[in-house]
Ligand binder design. Sequence first.
Ligand code: AHG
Length: 338
Amino acid sequence: MTQTSWTPPDSSAAGATLETFILEGMFKVPGATGAFTSLLNQIGLAAKLIANRVRRAGLADVLGWTGDTNVQGESVQKLDVISNDTFIAVLRRRGHCMGIASEELDDAVLFPHATGGYLVTVDPLDGSSNIDVDISIGTIFGILRADSRPITTASFLKPGREFSAAGYVIYGSSTVLVMTTGEGVHGFTWDPGAGEFFLSHENIRCPQKGNLYSVNEGNASRWTPGVRAWNEHVKSVDVADGRPYSQRYVGSLVADAHRTLLKGGIFAYPADTKSPEGKLRLLYEAGPMAFIFEAAGGSASTGTGRVLDVVPQTLHSRCPLIIGSRSDVATFERFSRG
Ligand code: AHG
């Protein structure tokens, strides 16, 4: 029998684990030291460990409240604590991460021994009020360069446009890690049998226009007249424009953002009279999501300006967040500006 040369069945995706994909990216960057690649791999490891715990949550006595409250005054669940501890334990290794700002911690955790030059912002388990009812939850992260010494809280207070990378993990019907270094947004689906994330969504592009809107309408009485007018607009009938839009709202940012990224439309958590700065946190919720949506060809707005230009005043600063298809975010801004 004659030996013939073998070609992979699918040259783009076959065998492309998260680690392989990140390594191949490093080889394309002249002079790359491997520190950034190694850090991204560590984040992938933390995601695997958290995914494993989330999958077993109902069986492993990790559901429920710890009895503590976090810096936002919210009740802390056991899985929040586990996920936060996992990130810190994994990222303090290898010396690439010099500090972490987490939703669960009042102050940043600094690693004085590290030399790798990167800082990580993270919401280790977003949407945790949904844990007990088996609804999708997630992890959101951003990576910043630590470009001055010594590292202090101020080192983290940079606008989102300065992220070197951002991503999220959705623990849903599948576990999917979506990340970008600013050029191309890619998704990797967890294969529990193989114990690996495999490339499943290469070069995600957010549709330019959608037909879904996602907002907590229970807040309508607190919105500005402009936001209320936008809400009426998306529900009004205009067949040529695809209206009325359908509503989808999970109440887990990662779930609402993931659907919006893949299917288009708009997710909005605007400022209101209860939360004049918005509800979502800039450094580890709104900022990373804005970075991802812009890299995927979508938009991210505060309602009046670019989310990625907002400079956080504290580690836990909040920001209105309107993300989605370019056309839909532009329509929101038109109403919001009045
Ligand atoms: P938490 O981490 O406290 O569960 O917050 C979840 C966030 C975010 O995931 C979601 O988009 C938003 O809060 C939902 O807020 P509302 O319940 O006010 O709609």
